[in-house]
Design a binder for this molecule. Sequence first.
Ligand SMILES: Cc1ncc(COP(=O)(O)O)c(C=O)c1O
Length: 441
Amino acid sequence: MLNTDNIIRNFPILTRVINGKKLVYLDNAATSQKPFSVVEAISSYYLNNNANVHRGVHTLSDESTTIFETSKIKIAKFFGAKNNELIFVRNTTEAINGVAYGWGEQNINSDDVILVSILDHHSNIVVWQELCKRKKARLIFVGITSDGKFDVNDFDAKLKKFAGKIKLVVFPHVSNALGSTIDLKIIVKKVRATEKVRVVEKTLRSKNIVSKSSGSKSDFKFDSKIRILVDGAQSAPHMKINFDNLDVDFFAFSGHKMLGPMGIGGLLVREELLITNEMRPWLFGGGMIAEVHESHTIFNDNLSERFVAGTPDVASVAGLAVACEYLENLGMENVLIHDHGLVQYALSELEKNKNVEIVGPKDETRTGSVSFIFKGVHAHDVAQVLDSEGIAVRSGHHCTMPLHTSQKWIATTRASFQVYNSKADIDALTDGLKKVAKIFL
Ligand SMILES: Cc1ncc(COP(=O)(O)O)c(C=O)c1O
């Protein structure tokens, strides 16, 4: 486990007293706290270097451009991605919207299928519902197992059932509601194996690939490219991501959940999709152009700049780079070990409470959070009592209403962890739950 006594000193907010008690912050899946070095990077930028990037020859503009570019290189490296593959956005939600508008608008057609998981956050559902509405495409959900894991058998069955129709597969790397961790290797292998399926002539005809007059009954090789989008909002804060080794097409993340500032996140896109223009800019304006004429525009050849429309948030990019450095200094392997240690400790302590029903997986694959139902007490009441003890947790559906509805859960309470949390924080939580029982039961 990490040495949290040292780490806590880097997070001034953790010294706060809430309702007369020392703050115990267990709402990290919603947003993490920021170390002093991240806040300092942002204020230092505005106090010393602020100027617009890429557009000036004066010294401050040069400094600002250098801060932006060097920070970008650091962040891309942190994610094991090429510099060109990183597109800055505000957050995971905007990254997913970017895939819908930059890729989906030109690649999804009527009757195509997008596979999504019932574990998905609303951000990775609503965007696709809207695209499907625009394109008359279909959104098909993959279910979960009885212990709250992504159901690989159901996924397999749907890959087969909709073979030749599936254009996009999306899922969360780690579920924000249940902590279920999806094994990317297994999913990618299955998707890539399905890409070259033998489909009967009937299927090809229905897609107008073979003329209706063809009488042949023979099978055809059909290369159906399936793009994979991973929602990494809850994995990036806890584990090493090596984008170039994952063989996925898109990876979305939010800086604010991984010790970085709010308002900055990233969409990683496989370079080939950018080079071939399969993925196009979805925001247009200055900065991303090479030439603008009255009749047309030629976009910047530089892939890295083609997706920067308008002035970027340089200070937040600088802050995110420092957050990446902070995590890297701890070592992402250690960060994951620490998280899994806390999750397992929380599971074992909460299980001792007969009023608590844990939802989601209980094995070592669970990452980031533990959610539960406190029998007979609404989750909001649980959270309110815990707040009176200085303990911050989240209650409700956690932006996973389809999941909660499918499981008939009205609401759940979630404790989620970061590098500064310790077993003592979980002890405070279990003590706080005793007060809940005293008040309500
Ligand atoms: C799995 C998952 N996806 C997407 C999001 C949306 O993130 P943001 O609000 O930063 O866009 C969240 C936020 O909690 C999440 O947990």
